[in-house]
Write a protein of this length. Structure first.
Length: 232
């Protein structure tokens, strides 16, 4: 049986997001899926891997890794690993353009059946590159929003725009708005996310739903219940 080829793409293979990406890859049946993990070159503290190469693979991708990087664990688990130094968390037009080209080339060469992106920058660039490369299945997992009130307005607006224009849900593209509600009750935190009514655009017009963010034993998981009208 031919295994489906999966590219797991994440901006930084660190902290909670990196752990979720790694656990998700480990949960896939190796007899059915061949996983490659692709990440950038920035660590948890901002330390960056400097390389003149557009792509670094295998043992070269994990040596001299930034602090907190989990790519070595992925490599030890038997996954193919790739580091794209141009993929960075901050807005950087030249690096972003280079990362987009590199990701599209990697997808085309790897002939992936599925691209699963994590976090905002990898989600935006990774999904655009996957669409350009003709990847059949594109999935995204978000790990919180990277825009905050203390950031400059131009940066918040840019990140919001990225989240809005590059959304794909169940193979249908468009944009929609999410409303967050957080409640603290005697030390117990609850956070829910709901789709703002009538905010869907493109192929997501009419989208309705809610997402619960669950935290159990220090681990995050997401439960998204949604409905979409049938396409004509």
């Amino acid at each position: 049986m031919n295994r489906r080829r999966v590219a797991t793409v994440i901006t930084r293979m660190t902290a909670g997001a990196g752990g979720v990406a790694l656990r998700g890859a480990l949960a896939l049946d190796p007899d059915r899926y061949a996983v490659t993990i692709i990440t950038g070159g920035t660590g948890l503290s901002g330390q960056r891997v400097e390389s003149t190469d557009e792509v670094v693979t295998g043992i070269d991708a994990v040596k001299d890794a930034p602090v907190g990087d989990l790519l070595a664990e992925a490599y030890a688990a038997g996954f193919d690993v790739v580091r794209v130094p141009a993929l960075v968390p901050q807005l950087a037009p030249r690096r972003d353009a280079a990362a987009l080209r590199t990701l599209a080339a990697l997808y085309a060469t790897g002939r992936y059946d599925i691209v699963h992106t994590h976090s905002a920058k990898a989600g935006a660039l990774g999904r655009i590159a996957a669409a350009r490369a003709g990847v059949p299945w594109i999935v995204h997992t978000y790990h919180g929003f990277p825009f905050h009130a203390f950031q400059p307005r131009w940066r918040r607006t840019a990140y919001v725009a990225i989240e809005r224009v590059s959304g794909t849900l169940h193979g249908r593209t468009g944009a929609f708005a999410l409303q967050h509600l957080g409640v603290m009750n005697r030390g117990a935190a609850q956070l829910s996310v709901s789709v703002v009514p009538d905010s869907g655009t493109g192929q997501l017009v009419g989208l309705a739903g809610k997402m619960n963010i669950l935290i159990e034993a220090g681990k995050h998981s997401y439960d998204f219940e949604y409905s979409l009208p049938e396409q004509p």
